[in-house]
Design a protein around this ligand. Structure first.
Ligand code: IFM
Length: 777
């Protein structure tokens, strides 16, 4: 059970949510949605004591390893430092036994701290209050702080705690680490050094404890244990009724992938520095370390300062939840890393990056933290090497970005085999890595979007032109000439709607490829005219003059699907001829994917049913190429056939519903998007949170209800608050000026420190101002 209000901490209203009952059968939910992290590492919030059904995960961004040649590379699950077994009078504490009262596990997003407390009664009837706290530091990216307080309420107890570093875990059975080296220093500091088996990334993990009784420091002689892939310390203490015993555990993680070791790496130096760091952390203690972390988060919330005044407290909570996880999952510290489709909160999608980043998450950073947006695009720039290799291997030119990406130079890492085919009993083949190709133009689009909004010419010169020009080269080589129809086509693809495989002329793919080439033509001409030296260099590198002639020749003859007599744009060549079935049951489903309980993917391919926004995504990204009427007609055709089985679907539909002035529907769709992880479905997040959908929640608010859009290089605002809301305020970066936007039903106020005149298009009218703008509707 989840509660969204916080009665015991009114200061945390709309900042925290709580699990009010421990459910051993639904541990994945809170492990994921309450996961902690700092972009460097992500820690799933599994309980200290072990239960069947839990998943203990600690991922360090960028540390990909390939188990063997039959699997693709993935983020290895590092050794667990959070496990702790507590024995009361010899009985192992577990919520599976005895009685539990006053249970609450909360994520305080303001301070990024996980807390858990309850009163547990053991078999002998002794009641003990437990309180756990935990954070993954934003002040020091390598540090994890934990604290456990144990207070016997009505009788003395004897306590034993076993706590250590456990590397006996893996990723669903795959073990990514060599056994490694273990040592305990001064009966205090545990040190584990392990190396990944294929990528040879060294991990140095430390953990150490300190204790107090009723606030007085306590020294306890431990019993030490070292076993295979595991080490632990055992501590014992007698506690009188009413006394509080506190155990603090500080842990740290360093790897040879860390940016500071990129050029000058020496394991001996790293382990010594890390050991010194944990010693200092132990001296400082949880509270002091937490204070530094809390201040770092206060700066985050200052930077992304937004407010929603709504009839429903849930709405602001949901936006904060989205931003909390976006910060936790994003490697803002290192441009060699991307964002995983599940962030760093679970094994799902193996830590790989998809178009989720560029199309769903990047807009949040473009408009609220452009420095981070640039780093994410630099990651893709470094990925050009793998993208060029993929193009070559497939017989194309230029850069063909991988559908799933890991370390920048890895190239394509999409696995080949997936879920069971209910008809054949075999595994279903995952075709995305071969034929879901729109990612290439999605990345080019993102570069263009970023530079239009920020005006970052330096990024364009260093990376952006090359990315757009080389991706356009890929598309030109990818086009197929249809002699009978005298046009260029793109056949045999998967579009955004993954329920349609091996289709010809997916509208989204064709239009976006066309956009990519069109952009390349414009940039080619601009560079040639205005930056001859850069042009010369890129021309030499990419053979641009030949490519330009090719683009010019092909662009005008490219097939862009047009509306039929009913005004419906065919999603692909055959979609509109496929079978229509009654989808009522699946539209009303309580969990995603129920269609596959009745059909296999081959059969689904033959039905007019969609997984997610496809043409709708096209309307959103290239919105001024289509009329409002056409968009609405197509929405009415495709939405009833869309099961929103991908978490990427609701937010796009929400934004379009807003554009159609259906603000009630838009609000309902916003809620659905927000509830994918934060809602009460107890299994939707088992494999990790849904990164794209969290970016989508932010987009529902800013691109949807505030109506922000970048069109033809201008910033448009078309605010339409839902009836439930009174007010919306948020920061917005536009061409390096920071704006504070404040929207109510009858007014729009914008303020900025930039002393230059700004021109924005507000509800269709160009409006200029310096510093302040106030408009009443
Ligand atoms: O990128 C998405 C895709 O659109 C739908 N399936 C899941 C992927 C990762 O989130």
């Amino acid at each position: 059970m989840l509660a969204y209000d916080n009665t015991s901490r009114p200061d945390l209203t709309q900042w925290s949510f709580t699990e009010t009952e421990f459910n051993p059968l639904a541990q994945g939910k809170c492990e994921s949605i309450m996961s902690l992290g700092n972009g460097y590492m992500g820690l799933r919030s599994a309980t200290e004591e072990a239960y069947i059904g839990q998943t203990r995960n600690l991922f360090v961004n960028g540390t990909f390893n390939r188990f063997d040649e039959f699997e693709v590379t993935e983020l290895p699950n590092a050794a667990d430092v959070t496990g702790m077994d507590i024995y009361i009078d010899g009985e192992r504490f577990s919520l599976d036994t005895g009685k539990t009262a006053e249970y609450a596990r909360s994520l305080n997003m303001r301070d990024a701290e996980l807390t858990r407390s309850f009163v547990w009664e053991n078999r002998a009837g002794k009641r003990v209050r437990f309180a756990f706290r935990r954070f993954v530091s934003l002040g020091n990216l390598h540090l994890i702080g934990m604290k456990a307080e144990v207070t016997p309420l009505d009788a003395d107890i004897s306590l034993r705690a076993v706590s250590g570093i456990d590397a006996q875990l893996g990723n669903s059975g795959s073990q990514h680490f060599h056994e490694g080296e273990k040592r305990i220093f001064d009966k205090t500091v545990m040190q584990l050094i392990q190396t990944t088996t294929e990528s040879k990334v060294d991990f140095v993990i430390h953990a150490a404890h300190r204790f107090s009784l009723d606030g007085q420091p306590l020294s306890i002689e431990p019993k030490m244990e070292i076993e295979r892939r595991k080490m632990a310390m055992q501590y014992g203490c007698d506690i009188k009724a009413g006394q509080t015993f506190e155990l603090q555990k500080l842990a740290s993680v360093h790897t040879s992938r860390d940016a500071e070791h990129a050029t000058d790496y020496d394991l001996a130096v790293m382990r010594e520095q890390a050991r010194e760091e944990i010693r200092l952390a132990l001296d400082a203690g949880y509270d002091a370390l937490f204070e530094r972390h809390r201040q770092a988060w206060a700066e985050v919330w200052d930077k992304y300062l937004f407010r929603i005044e709504s009839k429903h407290d849930f709405d602001l909570l949901a936006l904060r939840f989205a931003v909390y996880h976006l910060v936790v999952m994003t490697p803002a510290h290192d441009n060699r890393m991307g964002i995983g489709a599940k962030g760093l909160s679970g094994e799902g999608y193996k830590g790989h990056s998809f178009w989720d980043t560029e199309i769903f998450i990047l807009p949040f950073y473009i408009y609220s933290g452009p420095d981070v947006a640039r780093r994410l695009l630099e990651y893709r720039y470094q990925g050009l090497e793998g993208a060029r290799r993929k193009a070559k291997e497939n017989g194309y030119e230029g850069a063909m970005y991988p559908w799933e990406a890991a370390w920048p130079t890895d190239g394509e890492v999409t696995p080949v085999w997936g879920a069971v085919d209910i008809v054949t009993g075999k595994q279903t083949k995952i075709w995305s890595g071969f034929i879901e190709q729109h990612i290439t133009s999605d990345i080019a689009y993102a570069v263009w979007h970023y530079v239009q909004a920020t005006g970052d010419r330096d990024f364009m010169d260093r990376c952006g032109y090359e990315m757009i020009l080389d991706t356009a080269k890929f598309w030109a080589s990818r086009l197929e000439w249809n002699e009978a129809l005298a046009r260029y086509e793109i056949n045999e693809v998967i579009g955004p709607d993954e329920y349609k495989e091996h289709v010809d002329n997916n509208a989204f793919t064709n239009y976006m490829a066309h956009f990519n080439m069109e952009l390349a033509i414009q940039y080619y001409e601009l560079l040639r005219r205005e930056q001859p030296e850069l042009f010369r260099r890129l021309n030499e590198q990419l053979d641009l003059e030949r490519a330009y002639a090719d683009w010019k020749q092909k662009l005008g003859r490219m097939y862009l699907p047009q509306p039929n007599e009913d005004g419906v744009i065919p999603q692909d060549d055959t979609y509109l001829q496929k079978q229509l079935i009654d989808l009522t049951k699946y539209k009303a489903q309580q969990k995603v994917g129920t269609l596959f309980e009745d059909y296999n993917l081959d059969q689904v391919n033959g039905i007019q049913v969609s997984k997610q926004a496809d043409i709708m995504m096209l309307f959103y990204l290239l919105e001024n190429r289509f009329s409002a009427h056409l968009k609405h007609t197509n929405y009415n055709y495709y939405e009833p056939k869309t099961l929103h089985d991908s978490s990427l679907s609701y937010s796009t539909h929400c934004i379009l519903a807003n554009d159609f002035d259906d603000s009630q529907l838009a609000y309902e769709l916003f809620r659905k998007a927000a509830e994918i992880d934060l809602g009460t479905h107890m299994h939707s997040s088992d494999a990790g949170i849904h990164s794209a959908s969290l970016g989508g929640v932010w987009q529902c608010v800013v691109m949807g209800f505030a109506g922000i859009r970048m069109l033809d290089g201008a910033l448009h605002l078309n605010p339409k608050l839902p009836q439930e809301w009174e007010r919306l305020t948020f920061p917005l970066y536009w061409k390096s000026a920071r704006l504070e936007v404040d929207i109510t039903h009858d007014a729009l106020r914008i303020s900025t420190d930039a002393n230059e005149e700004l021109t924005l298009i507000i509800r269709g009218t160009a409006t200029s101002f310096v510093n302040q703008l106030e408009l009443h509707f």
